[in-house]
Each structure stands twice: as structure tokens, then as C-alpha cells.
Design a protein around this ligand. Sequence first.
Ligand SMILES: C[S@@+](CC[C@H](N)C(=O)[O-])C[C@H]1O[C@@H](n2cnc3c(N)ncnc32)[C@H](O)[C@@H]1O
Length: 177
Amino acid sequence: MAAGHTVVAVERSPTLARAARTDNPPVTVVRGDAAALPFPDGSAGVVVACMVLQDVDDLDHTSNEIARVLRPGGSLCLAIVHPFASAQDPTSFHTGQPSPITAPYLVERRYEDRAVRDGLAMTFVSDHRPLSRYVGALASAGLAITAMREFGIRPIPWLLVCRALKLSHQQRDATSH
Ligand SMILES: C[S@@+](CC[C@H](N)C(=O)[O-])C[C@H]1O[C@@H](n2cnc3c(N)ncnc32)[C@H](O)[C@@H]1O
């Protein structure tokens, strides 16, 4: 916004959309589903998906929609809960103790992260998906990961950040063999 770009957010929750619209500075928000983005093909230079892809119900349609609205050469910047972290037992997340992995890493599953901050109890409902599931969904949509960083000071990192480029049709053809 300050750099002169047009920024539009998409949010499914009416409460959170209202919060963003009334923030300072206010954000332009469209109510909608990331799996059916209300934007024309090739209309965006950059898509930012910050801590969202682990929460969407339909990762494949969401990835396809991101690729559809990006112009060729456009970038997706994404941050997700690191799949190594979401593989851990969620009941141990806020105990300060090491979290065991009690279910197979490769099996997708829904989990609830219950946190309390400033006396406010919050429940975050997300999906654990192995790393290959994200890479596969992006690749199928024509998005090529060009950078990846992992963050966290505990034995298991908690944050995964990636940049992916939308490939042109020629680039997709050349890399699909
Ligand atoms: C963990 S929050 C992250 C919010 C913000 N990006 C941030 O980093 O603080 C995940 C957000 O994704 C939204 N969300 C989940 N599924 C969605 C979907 N299918 N379409 C649009 N928004 C969705 C949730 O309502 C929530 O606001």
C-alpha cells in the first residue's frame, strides 16, 4: 500500500474481515473462499498466504486458484506451520515440554491447537499435512518453489516460509518430463 501497490485481502470469516477493515491502517477485504478467489485470471503480481494454507479445507483448489490469479512470473509468498511441528501431539504444544510425535507424519489429519493469551482462550483448527503434500499441490498448480527458509529455536522448527514462481506454459511443459 505505502509502496503504491493495490492490496486486497480475502477472508472467509466475517468477524476477521471486519477486524481487518477497521484496523489502522484499514485493509481492503473481500469476503470469500481462497479455493474460489473472486479475481480475474492473471490479475496479481504477488499472492501472500501467511499462515493460511495449513487452515484451508481444500489445498488443491486453493493452490490452483493462487496460480490462476497470478500472472506468469508472479510470486507466491507463503508461510505455514512447519509440517514437522504440526506432526507433534497438539495437547503438548503449550506445556513447555518436548512434544512427542504420536501419529504417523505422512498421514494427513485435522488437529486443534488450544491456546490462552491474556486470559483469552482460543482454538485454532488446522490440518497436519506432510511437506510433500504442499510441494505436490503447488507443483500441480504450476508453482515452482524457488526459496525456502525454516525458523525456530527448539529442536523442531515451527515455521516454514517459501517463495514460489508461477511458471509459463512453456516452462511447465519443459519441467513436466
Ligand atoms: C491463522 S489465521 C492467519 C491470519 C493472518 N494471515 C495472519 O498471519 O495473522 C488463518 C486465516 O485464514 C482464514 N481462512 C481459513 N480458511 C480460509 C479459506 N478457505 N478462505 C479464506 N480464508 C480462510 C481464517 O479465517 C483466518 O483468518
